[in-house]
Design a protein. Structure first.
Lengths: 322, 234
């Protein structure tokens, strides 16, 4: 990533975060004139967690997507298309509604376990160097299975309100989260991103082929294991708090590689920044859309991401990989 | 004089059996053998691919003890497959391997800013060869380096290898199918069969036995040897 592109990206990110904190302004502005303390509390208790979660979750999806794409050598591998997010959602739902543990830490553990299970299943089904079709089919099967089991878990839940309760969260939502919840997502997510960034070099050299990477002293098995565990850890922790949000993990790395001359490993950092920017912008759009109510964020990313995905599939060739 | 490269009891389960090997500094050693005789396996084992057992030292150093930062100075490996997992620009691909350019030797200038997946297989081979040679490793392991190269580049490749190795204190082990090229350019020829080094040199009856070919009137012909007598069993 060139210095100019990096600076512009950071600038856009800061601008998006500032807008996310301040918009819509009418209510907040009026409140600031009347009751300063209340306005500050509102900003801190409502807007900061929301903006923070958008940044953190977006960055995690971007970085994880880039790492998974580099690992599978496939531009269509991403946490949502490979079933990782659905697995995480299933894990959280089972923990909360069947086992009845609703503490944030229990949800996180359940979610990470679900994500790990989905990724393990994917590796077993599709193999470590799956072709696009195999990877997508396996991911589709895992997503469908996890989705059905999530619905089943909710149907079997003792609480009659389970469906209604879980609906907003399942669609992906950043609204009404507390600072504590932000911390529960942010700490694992930041650890994940930091550790994924350390793998940028090996992931770049993996582009030379597994044999060459091994001859250069890289342990491919260990690399694969690290990426699977890290991705499950970061994405799982975010899903536990905000539900499943799609397409950011697919789109951000594809844009990111435009900035890194196609280097898949170096793209991890750029994808984290772009992912954070995209999710913050999508959240702003969800908030400001003139529909009378706030749209679930997952709906916005799917509405914007799905056409992009269709276009990508339609043009799926080597030429689209960087 | 101690050898530059020394391998003892090198094995890969089911593919390579207790190979001992010594390569001297400056040597260009060709590895010949029929399909499936273990040429690639021996290169893999020396490069540390696929968890080989046995000992390898290069200039007294165990390459397994050297991390990714120092490894390219010790050994590099060119796989037989010219397929790439990821479409990088040629310049970036060579840079990922580390080391110094050989753009001039391989006439890469017109190729450097093109994506490797859009090059012809032969052009890509030159880029990948440059990647393997660029770090100027002590031990160069090349698997079928002249496959896909046109006649001119087949000759040039051997010239480049020779001038890279001369007086450099480095060695190359090159798996190759063309027995004539091996005979013309190599300092030594190792003949592999059934996962072992079966012989050294191309003279003698072992060529007919191992390869099932013989020289008749200056040309290689299929030898009249029944298949069951062709190879020794492992």
């Amino acid at each position: 990533m060139s210095r100019t592109a990096g600076s512009l990206l950071l600038l856009a990110l800061v601008a998006a975060a500032a807008l996310s904190l301040l918009l819509p302004w009418q209510l907040l502005g009026a409140l600031f004139e009347q009751d300063h303390a209340l306005a500050a509390a509102l900003l801190l208790e409502l807007r900061v967690p929301r903006t923070g979660l958008a940044l953190i979750y977006g960055a995690t999806l971007g970085a994880s997507g880039a790492a998974v794409q580099a690992l599978f050598a496939n531009p269509l591998a991403s946490p949502d298309l490979t079933g990782t997010t659905s697995g995480a959602a299933l894990g959280a739902v089972v923990t909360a509604y069947l086992f009845g543990f609703s503490a944030p830490i229990a949800l996180s553990v359940g979610s990470v376990a679900g994500a790990l299970g989905a990724l393990a299943l994917l590796l077993a089904l599709a193999g470590p160097r799956a072709e696009t079709a195999t990877l997508l089919l396996a991911g589709l099967a895992i997503s469908a299975l996890a989705g059905a089991m999530t619905t089943l878990a909710l149907a079997l839940a003792p609480s009659p309100f389970a469906f209604y309760d879980a609906y907003d969260w399942l669609m992906g939502s950043l609204v009404d989260r507390s600072l504590a919840q932000l911390a529960f997502a942010a700490v694992p997510a930041l650890v994940t991103i930091a550790l994924l960034l350390r793998l940028a070099g090996p992931l770049d050299r993996l582009a030379l082929g597994e044999e060459v990477a091994q001859s250069l002293g890289h342990n491919i098995l260990a690399l694969r294991l690290q990426i699977v565990c890290l991705t499950a850890f970061g994405v799982g922790a975010c899903v536990a708090i905000c539900g499943a949000i799609g397409f950011i993990g697919l789109v951000a790395p594809i844009f990111a590689r435009r900035l890194t001359r196609g280097h898949p490993g170096r793209a991890v950092l750029a994808a984290a920044l772009i992912g954070a920017l995209l999710l913050t912008a999508a959240d702003l759009a969800a908030r400001l859309a003139p529909l009378g109510r706030t749209l679930p964020i997952g709906v916005v990313t799917a509405l914007l991401g799905a056409p992009f995905f269709l276009w990508l599939v339609a043009h799926m060739r080597w030429s689209l990989r960087p | 004089m101690t050898a530059l490269v020394e391998a003892k009891a090198l094995s890969l389960p089911g593919r390579l059996f207790n190979v001992d090997l010594q390569l001297g500094a400056g040597q260009l050693v060709c590895l010949v053998g029929p399909n499936g005789s273990g040429k690639t396996s021996l290169l893999h084992a020396l490069a540390g691919i696929g968890a080989p057992s046995g000992q390898v030292t290069i200039d007294g150093i165990d390459p397994g003890s050297v991390g990714p930062a120092g490894r390219p100075a010790l050994l590099t490996f060119l796989p037989a497959s010219r397929d790439l997992r990821w479409p990088l620009v040629a310049r970036d691909l060579i840079a990922l391997g580390g080391g110094h350019w050989l753009a001039e030797e391989f006439e890469l200038e017109p190729l450097l800013d093109r994506r490797v997946d859009r090059l012809s297989t032969g052009e890509r081979s030159r880029v990948l060869l440059a990647r393997a040679l660029a770090p100027r490793p002590k031990l160069l392991l090349l698997d079928e380096p002249s496959a896909n190269l046109d006649p001119l580049w087949q000759i040039r490749l051997m010239d480049i290898l020779r001038s890279e190795l001369n007086g450099s204190g480095r060695a190359a082990l090159v798996a190759i199918h063309d027995l004539d090229t091996a005979a013309r350019h190599a300092d030594r020829i190792l003949v592999m069969d059934c996962g072992r080094i079966a012989a050294e040199g191309l003279d003698g009856s072992h060529v007919a036995q191992i390869f099932g070919v013989e020289r008749l009137g200056g040309q290689w012909r299929a030898a009249v040897i029944p298949p069951e007598d062709r190879r020794s069993s492992p």
